[in-house]
Write a protein that binds this ligand. Structure first.
Ligand SMILES: C[S@@+](CC[C@H](N)C(=O)[O-])C[C@H]1O[C@@H](n2cnc3c(N)ncnc32)[C@H](O)[C@@H]1O
Length: 339
């Protein structure tokens, strides 16, 4: 959010007010996504017309539409008439870059409550999620299927899969073990790209239990083994490649080292570990990695790590990072080997 009049400096009080109400803006965008407003904006429409189609109150909806227009995801080409801008296209479910599910997820009570309790994180260094929910984030997901399902859909709406396919060549591998692989979207995409590759998906029982359909839909189910379990317990041996995608970034150093030791134990000397995740770098053009670092810390007590910090982590488990493909503002792909 920036002021449009560059000639006159924005008073500090106004600028800080903008920052303090930025959370309202994210909720306004989340509400519009939940209502499906971006999905029906193929052409400019009046607020009354939009409200009728998405079953909302016209005057109530108007404030949300105007907040989104002030932020540039909608435009108001005529009074009370709105259209989707180029920026706002990514809020549509049918856009290939869609982050609609991520916007809905970010505005859920579970997150709002965590941010409200985050003074606890600042004072103690502990995550705040459990204060309002009585369980850690992943335990909570185990007993809240609707939230878990939205989380899975949000996870799919990122460049992680594309970055992995562009940044790592699986053609020399026969078997990939995806540890903490969620419902298998990433593994399914990899198996689809490499038709002779076999895959094993490891994740918590409630997650793996819902993964079969992903592989059936992708037409690769005959090449997949589903393994319910925890990466704090032994994981299957025999993989040429072990994948940890957006996993290590969810845990503090102590737990991350436990996960890496588990995986290292399963690896052969010639296996490779591939880590996919946000790794802040000097190439990042937005504040997003910094915000995500705060997000992960308040939610999970975890830190984003740079490539150099990953190297330090690997050194503690007798592994070494071999190289990485850095994707600015997005998930990078790191290769590591056993020493
Ligand atoms: C952020 S998601 C990433 C999913 C997937 N790898 C991806 O990149 O889309 C983290 C995953 O770690 C899984 N997870 C959390 N605790 C786990 C544990 N103890 N053992 C195995 N998986 C776990 C979660 O269920 C979730 O699927």
């Amino acid at each position: 959010m920036t002021s449009s009049n560059a000639a006159e400096p924005v008073p500090a009080t106004l600028r800080v007010r903008e920052l303090m109400t930025a959370g309202l803006l994210s909720h306004a965008i989340g509400v519009l996504c939940d209502l499906g407003v971006p999905d029906i904006l193929d052409a400019p429409r009046t607020h009354e017309d939009i409200a009728k189609e998405v079953d909302a109150h016209p005057e109530g909806l108007l404030s949300f539409l105007r907040a989104a227009a002030a932020a540039g995801v909608l435009a108001e080409p005529a009074p009370r008439t709105f259209e989707l801008t180029e920026l706002g296209q990514v809020l549509r479910a049918d856009d290939p870059r869609s982050i609609k599910a991520m916007c809905s997820l970010t505005c859920r009570d579970e997150f709002s409550r965590t941010w409200s309790d985050s003074l606890h994180t600042a004072r103690t260094g502990e995550p705040s999620f459990a204060i309002g929910h009585g369980a850690s984030f992943f335990d909570y997901m185990g007993s809240n299927r609707e939230f878990a399902s939205l989380f899975d859909r949000a996870m799919q709406s990122s460049a992680a899969v594309d970055n992995l396919l562009a940044g790592y060549d699986f053609s020399g591998a026969g078997h990939v073990v995806d540890v903490g692989g969620g419902r298998g979207t990433m593994l399914a995409a990899v198996l689809k790209r490499y038709p002779t590759l076999r895959g094993t998906l490891v994740d918590l029982p409630h997650v793996v239990g819902n993964a079969r359909k992903t592989f059936v839909d992708a037409g690769v189910a005959d090449r997949v083994t589903l393994v319910p379990g925890s990466f704090f317990e032994p994981v299957p041996e025999g993989g040429d490649v072990y994948l940890l995608s957006r996993v290590i970034g969810n845990w503090n150093d102590e737990d991350s080292l436990r996960i890496l030791r588990t995986v290292r134990t399963a690896m052969r000397p010639d296996s490779e570990l591939v880590v996919v995740g946000m790794m802040p770098s000097e190439n990042d053009r937005t504040h997003y990695p910094q915000q995500l670092d705060l997000y992960m810390f308040a939610l999970l007590g975890a830190r984003l790590r740079s490539y150099a910090e990953y190297q330090d982590l690997f050194a503690q488990v007798n592994m070494r990072a071999v190289d990485w493909s850095n994707y600015p503002d997005s998930e990078s792909v790191l290769r590591a080997r056993v020493l």
